[in-house]
Design a protein around this ligand. Structure first.
Ligand SMILES: Cc1cc2nc3c(=O)[nH]c(=O)nc-3n(C[C@H](O)[C@H](O)[C@H](O)COP(=O)(O)O)c2cc1C
Length: 179
C-alpha cells in the first residue's frame, strides 16, 4: 500500500489534482493506494491541545501512516518552502516509528519557475531527520497552472507526464524492495 499525501490544506488545490493523477498512474500499474488530503482533515486537529492528547479523529491517519509500505508526498511551494499544514501533520505523527525507515517519494509543484524544488528539498530534510528512506528520483512541475488540463484530470505537458510515470513506476519498485 502506498499512501499519497496531498501536501496542502488549500481548497481546490493543484496539489490535490496532481496527487489524484499520481494515484491513478500507480493504480493503473496495479498498486494499492490511499490518499491523505490535508484539506479534508477534521478542523479540530488544528488545535494546540493536539500536541498533548490527540483528538480521536487523528487515529485513522496515524494508522494509515504506520501501516503503509511507502509515502508519496505531493508538495507545493509556499513562500519558498513547503506548506505549514504538512509540517503540522508530520509533527502530530508518533515519533520515531511513523517515518523511521519508511520509503518516501516526492513530487514538487509551483506556480513559478522553480517548480517546488525548494519545497521538496526542505521537506526531504524533515524526512531525513526522521530517518525515512528517501527515493532519489523526484519530479518537479513548474508553472503548474499551465500544465494541468481544464478538467484537472490530466497533465497536458507530455515530458512532465512521462517523468511522473517513470518516477512512480520506479518508486513502486523501490517501496516493494524495502517492504
Ligand atoms: C500561501 C501561498 C504561498 C505561495 N508561495 C509560492 C512561492 O513561493 N513560489 C511559487 O512559485 N508559488 C507560490 N504559491 C503559488 C502555488 O505554488 C500555486 O498555488 C500552485 O498552484 C500550487 O499550490 P496549490 O496546490 O495551493 O494550488 C503560493 C501559494 C500560496 C497559497
Amino acid at each position: 500500500m502506498i499512501t499519497i499525501i496531498s501536501g496542502t490544506d488549500r481548497a481546490n488545490s493543484n496539489t490535490l489534482k496532481i496527487a489524484k493523477i499520481a494515484q491513478k498512474l500507480l493504480e493503473d500499474k496495479g498498486e494499492k493506494t490511499q490518499m491523505i488530503d490535508l484539506a479534508s482533515l477534521p478542523p479540530n486537529l488544528f488545535r494546540p491541545e493536539n500536541y498533548g492528547s490527540k483528538a480521536p479523529e487523528f487515529a485513522t491517519y496515524q494508522k494509515m501512516i504506520l501501516e503503509t509500505d511507502g509515502i508519496l508526498n505531493v508538495v507545493p511551494e509556499y513562500n519558498g518552502s513547503y506548506p505549514g499544514a504538512i509540517k503540522y501533520f508530520i509533527d502530530l505523527l508518533k515519533f520515531p516509528e511513523s517515518l523511521h525507515r519508511k520509503p518516501a517519494g516526492f513530487i514538487g509543484l509551483a506556480a513559478g519557475i522553480f517548480a517546488g524544488v525548494r519545497a521538496v528539498e526542505h521537506l526531504e530534510m524533515v524526512y531525513s531527520y526522521r530517518e525515512a528512506n528517501l527515493f532519489g528520483q523526484r519530479v518537479f512541475i513548474p508553472k503548474v497552472r499551465e500544465k494541468i488540463s481544464a478538467d484537472g484530470k490530466e497533465i497536458s505537458d507530455k515530458p512532465i507526464y512521462d517523468m511522473m510515470k517513470s518516477m512512480l513506476e520506479n518508486f513502486a519498485k523501490f517501496v516493494k524492495s524495502l517492504s
